[in-house]
Design a binder for this molecule. Structure first.
Ligand code: NAD
Ligand code: 6OD
Length: 492
């Protein structure tokens, strides 16, 4: 694989109205492996965001709006092809920004980035709309049918954990449904979004259809978008507290909102599980991407008969995780996203220790005696022994960590799992078919996996309850959110 990082040492630009645009204000893009500067990023000011919104409106009613669905979808397929044509560059850029492993970037992040475009470009062609034959007093009746129009100009605000995957998960259905876009990647991970803008440009996506603005949230590009009267909808993935801020900022404009937010996901492991599968699956669900997947499991409930054996087996898995250079083929886990985030994760480890946790493994950061000591690495960590109201059992950490609590019966496990202000995802491990359905259906979450984790079918509803989100995306749910149905009533 070619591991050259695209645009290393140069400036990542905004992409507005079909042109790459610099800015006077730059910020640093840091590699979390060793703290080095990868490149600088041009921060968009409010005037540039305004230009992006105007160009998105012009494109909505211009070239994009005038295209047939087939023409639009053919272009989205070209975008998918373009990502694949530059696959190594996308992998290298994503790895440099996030420190994630080569294995993960090339098997999950980048392939899903391309797949999102293909899947939604195909799916939109079978989007249906309502049709009703209505009785009327004169007996002649009426015909009601709905036409799906685009929502308009959509702001896509994305996080840093799966940068290309999560941005395209929202971009692709929004574009397939005919909307025009202003995308803002996380300030921590600006690179693959910039490459995507190049791919869009080369694929012939008309100027203004896809705009990219770089920057931060508060008093920067994020807020300029959410308060802009010309933005019709905001689709956002990130922290619940940011979702709340965006909701307030968007309130005056009564914008359509779709939110995928934080989680504090529970895993329930029954003593009738396939033990080896449950341990391997749970190790994945806790430690993948350094625990920085919103769906990762941070609270485990294990039936008492297998508790000690399970804790010992998960400890072995955690200690077998190879932490190191992301480019090494056998590296399982890189650093977390930044020093700031590492400090946050380590502060949760400290609070667990102060609360009296047993440190089963980890609890700190590794020492390499090389430049990686300037990076943001954290040890895979398992705690036991805390009460359910401890801070680390209640709050989202978003790092490679879990706490394990024993339980005696099904009802107790369900009650503890559901005792959270979040409601994103859960896992249940059992070989009892009736219990699998019974327990899964009682989980207060948007998605519950049984004997699996992060097994995705992109047609299914995806989202969260409670503080974990507003609305559902995936399949027809995405297309419906990004569409505005107009009902036509024809008196016959
Ligand atoms: P974050 O909320 O800090 O930032 C996400 C994005 O919002 C960034 O682009 C950021 O610049 C922008 N932003 C921040 N403040 C803003 C404001 N006031 N106005 C407008 N934009 C603003 O989240 P993060 O740290 O990048 O991501 C981690 C969080 O995201 C975790 O809580 C995780 O659980 C959550 N997440 C949820 C899902 C899901 O599908 N439910 C997926 C991935 C991540
Ligand atoms: O796989 C997806 O479609 C998706 N939205 C994953 C979210 C992961 C959260 O970090």
């Amino acid at each position: 694989m070619n591991t050259t990082i695209p645009h290393a040492g140069s400036i990542l630009k905004n992409y507005v109205a079909g042109e790459f645009t610099a800015s006077d204000k730059l910020f640093e893009n840091i590699n979390p492996v060793d703290g080095s500067i990868i490149n600088h990023v041009a921060e968009a000011d409010s005037a540039l965001v305004d230009t992006a919104v105007k160009s998105a409106h012009a494109a909505l009613h211009g070239p994009w709006g005038k295209m047939t669905m087939d023409e639009r979808c053919a272009l989205l397929h070209k975008v998918a092809d373009g990502i694949e044509a530059r696959f190594d560059e996308f992998v290298a850029a994503e790895m440099a920004d996030t420190g994630k492993s080569l294995f993960q970037a090339r098997t999950i992040d980048i392939p899903r980035g391309a797949a999102n475009f293909r899947i939604f470009a195909d799916m939109v062609k079978s989007q249906s709309s309502d049709c009703f034959h209505t009785d009327t007093p004169d007996g002649k009746g009426a015909l009601n049918y709905a036409v799906n129009k685009p929502l308009g100009v959509v702001a896509v605000i994305a996080p840093w954990n799966l940068p290309l995957l999560l941005m395209t998960w929202k971009l692709a259905p929004a574009m397939a449904a005919g909307n025009t876009i202003i995308a803002k990647p996380s300030e921590e991970t600006p690179a693959t979004a910039t490459l995507l803008a190049e791919v869009m440009h080369d694929a012939g996506i008309p100027g203004g259809v896809f705009n990219l603005v770089h920057g931060f949230g508060y008093q920067s590009a994020g807020e300029f978008l959410t308060t802009h009267p010309g933005v019709d909808a905001v689709t956002f993935t990130g922290e619940s507290s940011t979702g709340s801020a965006i909701m307030k900022a968007s309130a005056d404009g009564v914008k359509a909102l779709s939110f995928e937010l934080g989680g504090k996901n529970a895993g329930i492991i029954f003593d009738d599980c396939d033990f080896d599968e449950a341990v391997a699956g749970t190790a994945r669900s806790v430690f993948t991407n350094g625990g920085q997947v919103c769906l990762c499991t941070e609270r485990l409930y294990v039936q008492r008969a297998i508790f000690d054996k399970f804790v010992a087996a998960l400890k072995d898995k955690a200690e077998a995780i190879k932490i190191g250079w992301p480019l090494d083929e056998d590296t399982d886990m890189g650093p977390v996203i930044s020093h700031k985030h590492r400090d946050k994760v380590l502060s949760y480890f400290d609070s667990a220790k102060v609360d009296g946790a047993t440190v089963v493994t980890g609890g700190g950061y590794p020492v390499f005696n090389d430049v990686r000591d300037n990076g943001a690495f954290v040890q895979p960590t398992i705690f036991t022994g805390l009460s359910e109201d401890s801070k680390i059992v209640k709050e989202e950490v978003f790092g490679p960590v879990c706490h394990i609590t024993p339980f005696d019966d099904e009802d107790e496990a369900i009650a503890m799992a559901n005792d959270s202000k979040y409601g994103l995802a859960a896992t249940v491990w059992t070989t009892n078919l009736q219990r699998a359905h019974r327990v899964a259906q009682q989980m207060d979450v948007g998605i519950c996996w049984v004997n699996a984790w992060y097994l995705r079918d992109l047609r299914t509803p995806f989202g969260g309850m409670k503080l974990s989100g507003v609305g559902r995306e995936g399949g027809v749910h995405s297309l419906n959110f990004y569409s505005e149905p107009t009902n036509i009533c024809i008196k016959l």
